[in-house]
Design a protein around this ligand. Structure first.
Ligand SMILES: CC(=O)N[C@H]1[C@@H](OP(=O)(O)OP(=O)(O)OC[C@H]2O[C@@H](n3ccc(=O)[nH]c3=O)[C@H](O)[C@@H]2O)O[C@H](CO)[C@@H](O)[C@@H]1O
Ligand SMILES: C=C(OP(=O)(O)O)C(=O)O
Length: 442
């Protein structure tokens, strides 16, 4: 039976919570362990669904995964790596985007890989053409069959190459790194993404024995090596979760200390948070986010690849902007369909219009096409409780924030999706004195 979350809003979120390792890094470091000839240890691992899915997928490939959930310590031993049964891989299909990153490591270890149906948030078409083109550049043979995509190594193995990405894709950059580190010769990647999670993956690969240099012009150069060892690494903290709690503090007139939040990875978010009228204090252990009183200010905001304002911060921030005075403009330039969640906010009383035009200083790939990728938010508008359904991970957390800020009770269905990227979110909400509970759907 599906559980519905009942939220009695209108009370500020106050207190302290902790964030652990980043959802967009930890599963990738887990995949990197496949490249080693010995065990690895990863620390600061959160208990989230994407970590579970990747643990299961590694297990199917013969990797011994042991996870001490309380301490957040995971060991991964790839010494018995083997091909997984297709039916078992298919059974995990549709639950995460990470399986596509198994290609390079499996090609090196086994000579072949299979890409199951990918999951992840429904926020655009999410094609995988950059991934497949990149694998082909290394010499891999990509065979699109009716039952899925099969990839195999050429005789003599993968060779270093030159890859130029049409857009600085996070996943395709990681695909290139995880493939190039053990390909023969040098790989040069132009147009790379440089998100902090990618830099931490490079940290891991360097610990394993890889040779990787990063230039300031989005060029990454990898000198392939013939073998890699295991690593010991502490994952960088989740800057998306930290920002989400920051936005929740702002929208609910609250005050939240996020232990683990790391300023260097959040500079762009913190600038925007301050411009809107939010306040924060930074110390060695984390960041305190709070509403200092007085009106919030409207802003013009454009999402972009790092070091821009992350697309994954956009949805929580839009909820806070419903409480700012005047017109805020948000131009989403990374995904073509990331404003679906605003329907529920309108139902709760927000005034938000979405547009197909690029309402920002930079015309993006989605302008003049049929994508509602800009939004105008007029505030402040009081929010009221409603019955709403979670559309995706960040949209879902945004719905929780809106319900917590709203007067009255909201019933939110589909909240399980949120555990894909927010560890123990119900416990954390209780730690912040939120009035939330699960009720079985009638
Ligand atoms: C698990 C994970 O780390 N997810 C993050 C990752 O997703 P992910 O790695 O999937 O996102 P990408 O950076 O690859 O996607 C960026 C853009 O490139 C396009 N594209 C991508 C690949 C491709 O082969 N062809 C193509 O056209 C996408 O449709 C999108 O418009 O980076 C995104 C951008 O920071 C974040 O929102 C996601 O939270
Ligand atoms: C879009 C996201 O993730 P994924 O790529 O896993 O769908 C996200 O974390 O907001």
């Amino acid at each position: 039976m599906e559980s519905i979350m009942h939220i009695e809003g209108g009370h500020p979120l106050i207190g302290e919570i902790t964030v652990r390792g980043a959802k967009n890094f930890v599963p990738k470091a887990m995949v990197a362990s496949l490249l080693a000839d010995g065990p690895s240890q990863l620390r600061n691992v959160p208990l989230i669904r994407d970590v579970d899915v990747v643990s299961d997928l590694l297990g199917l490939h013969g990797v011994q995964v042991d996870f001490d959930q309380d301490r957040g310590v995971m060991t991964l031993d790839p010494r018995n790596v083997k091909a997984a049964r297709r039916a078992d891989i298919d059974a995990l299909g549709g639950s995460s985007r990470i399986p596509i990153l198994f290609c390079g490591p499996l090609l090196h270890q086994l000579g072949e890989a299979f890409i199951p149906e990918l999951g992840g948030c429904n926020i655009g078409g999410r094609p995988i053409d950059f991934h497949l083109d990149t694998l082909r550049k290394f010499g891999a043979v990509v065979d699109k069959r009716p039952d899925g995509i099969h990839i195999s190594s050429p005789a003599g193995g993968l060779k270093g190459t030159v890859v130029t990405l049409p857009f600085p894709s996070v996943g395709a950059t990681e695909q290139t790194l995880l493939t190039a580190v053990r390909a023969e010769g040098i790989t040069t990647l132009h147009g790379a993404a440089t998100e902090p999670e990618i830099m931490d993956l490079i940290n891991v690969l360097q610990k394993m024995g890889a040779i990787i240099s990063v230039d300031t012009d989005r060029t990454i150069r990898i000198e392939g090596v013939s073998h890699l060892t295991g690593f010991r690494h502490t994952a960088l903290p989740d800057r998306i979760e930290a920002a989400s709690w920051g936005a929740a503090a702002l929208a609910t007139h609250g005050d939240i200390y996020v232990r683990g939040a790391h300023q260097p990875d959040m500079i762009t978010f913190l600038n925007t948070f301050r411009k809107v009228g939010g306040a924060f204090d930074i110390d060695e252990e984390g960041i305190r986010f709070y509403h200092p009183g007085g009106p919030l200010r409207s802003i013009a905001l454009e999402t972009g690849v790092h070091p821009g304002f992350m697309t994954d911060w956009q949805q929580p921030m839009v909820v806070a902007l419903t409480q700012a005075e005047g017109l805020s403009i948000v131009h989403e330039t990374v995904y073509e369909n990331r404003f679906g969640f605003t329907g529920a906010l309108r139902q709760m009383g927000a005034t938000i219009q979405v547009y197909k035009e690029c309402l920002g200083s930079t015309p993006c790939r989605f302008g003049q096409r049929n994508f509602y990728h800009s939004a105008v938010i007029s505030g402040p508008t009081p929010l009221h409780g409603a019955d709403i359904a979670v559309p995706d991970l960040r949209g879902g957390f945004s719905h929780l924030i809106a319900a917590l800020a709203a007067e009255g009770t909201s019933r939110v269905s589909g909240v399980d999706v949120i555990s894909r990227g927010y560890e123990h979110f119900l416990t954390k909400l209780h730690q912040l004195d939120a009035r939330v509970e699960y009720v079985d759907a009638a």
